[in-house]
Each structure stands twice: as C-alpha cells, then as structure tokens.
Design a protein around this ligand. Structure first.
Ligand code: C5P
Length: 223
C-alpha cells in the first residue's frame, strides 16, 4: 500500500503521544513528536542564554540549532547539535518557555519544513502528533484526528506522569496546562486548532486502548 500520513492534534494531556506511538507501532509506521522538536529548540535557546520572551532574539537564532528526530515509535530520539536531549526537554523550565518560543514565526517556518521533509521520507508512512499538523504542516494527511479531554482528566493524566498526585499539585498542573493551551490556541501563527476535516475524539471517558483502537480503525478504513 502507499504511504499513509496520520495527523494527530490536540491540547496537552489528551493522550496524543501514547496514542500516536501505539498506532504507529501497530501499523508499522514511523512516529514524529513535533512537540519534542519545539521543546528541543526551546532547550537550545535556554542553554544559549537567549530570552524566550525576546521574539527578535529567538527569530535571529532560530536557524542555528541542528535538530534531528528519530522516528522509530518504540524508541523515538531527539538530538540537538548531536546531543541527546530527550530528558532535558521535559524539564519544567523548558515546558514553561516552549509556548513563547514556538509562537515565533521564524521558529515555526523552520520546524515545519523539517516536519514535512521527515514525513515525505517515511517509507511506509508516519503518525505525526502536534498542534497544527492537520491544519498547516500536513493539510493533505490521509487521516486527521483531533483529541480532546476535559481539563480535569488532562490534569490528572499529566500529574500522574509527573508523580505529583496531591491536590495542590493537581491544581497547579491544571493551571499550567490551561495557560499553555491558551497561549498555543491564541497565537497568530498556526495556532492549536481542529482542522475542518479532522475527526474529533473526546478521550475523557475512554481508556488508552479504546483510543488506540479507534484511530487504528480510522487508518485502516483509509488504506
Ligand atoms: O506536545 P507537547 O506538549 O510536548 O508540546 C510542547 C509545546 O510545543 C506546545 O505547548 C506548543 O507550544 C508547541 N507545539 C507547537 N506546535 C506543534 C507541537 C507543539 O506549537 N505542532
């Protein structure tokens, strides 16, 4: 069969990464975490003393870091200038700054180009997860899914991942997610949005297995 392109978008904590990796593994496709790419460029900015809120400085430096993404769903990798940054890109500092860096048009142009070339080179096809994949990066994707979940469910999943399960930790996580989503949805260039032809899946009351099954079925229907 021809290569199949699957776009999975949605806000943080909806299960995009777990779903995308599992779908890719089941169907023998590649996997690209575009959030990791924005985190990687943000990590580089922080590491090089560039203020994430200084859009001019971020734009001027945006072409400098060399970002390479491995697309194996069983062990996706990401390096910046040859350094494995899969751990460092998940810190709270990077998480709190990534929305500002990813709102800069020069950053988006560069990362979008990278994403398109990775998708074009995937031999059997690829599952690409992010915020603007179905709308901007790969508008001709064969399958477009937009995952949603209640704010409470998203915060609970995320704080489970962070192992901060107390009530205060949960409230703080929910506030941080809401702030990031508002920034990602409100930016001028390529905001977080559901494509008109994307299928919305509300994962609030679904298990991860149910979400995976649902997306696998959508892809198989298209093949
Ligand atoms: O998916 P993840 O939460 O790791 O994404 C981190 C951040 O990267 C998002 O909050 C958003 O600011 C940015 N991002 C983006 N466009 C994408 C994917 C992620 O702007 N396609």
């Amino acid at each position: 069969p021809a290569a199949v392109i699957v776009a999975i978008d949605g806000p943080a904590g909806t299960g995009k990464s777990s779903t995308s990796k599992a779908v890719a593994a089941k169907l023998g496709l590649g996997y690209l975490d575009t959030g990791a790419q924005y985190r990687a460029i943000t990590w580089w900015m922080v590491n090089n003393g560039i203020d994430a809120d200084d859009a001019t400085a971020v734009a001027d430096a945006s072409a400098k870091p060399v970002i390479v993404s491995g697309t194996d769903p069983s062990g996706p990798t990401i390096t910046v200038d040859g350094v494995d940054v899969s751990g460092p890109i998940r810190t709270q500092e990077v998480t709190s700054k990534v929305s500002a860096v990813s709102a800069v048009p020069e950053v988006r142009a560069r990362i979008t180009e990278l994403q398109r070339s990775i998708a074009a080179e995937a031999p059997r096809g690829i599952v690409v997860e992010g915020r603007d994949i179905g709308t901007t990066v790969l508008p001709d994707a064969d399958v477009k899914v937009f995952l949603t979940a209640s704010a409470e469910a998203r915060a609970a999943r995320r704080s489970g991942e962070l192992k901060g399960k107390d009530a205060a930790g949960l409230a703080a996580t929910q506030a941080a997610l809401a702030k990031r989503d508002a920034a990602d949805s409100g930016r001028k260039t390529s905001p977080l949005a559901k494509a008109d032809d994307a299928i919305e899946v509300d994962t609030t009351d679904l298990t991860l297995e149910q979400v995976i099954e649902c997306v696998v079925t959508l892809v198989e229907e298209k093949r």
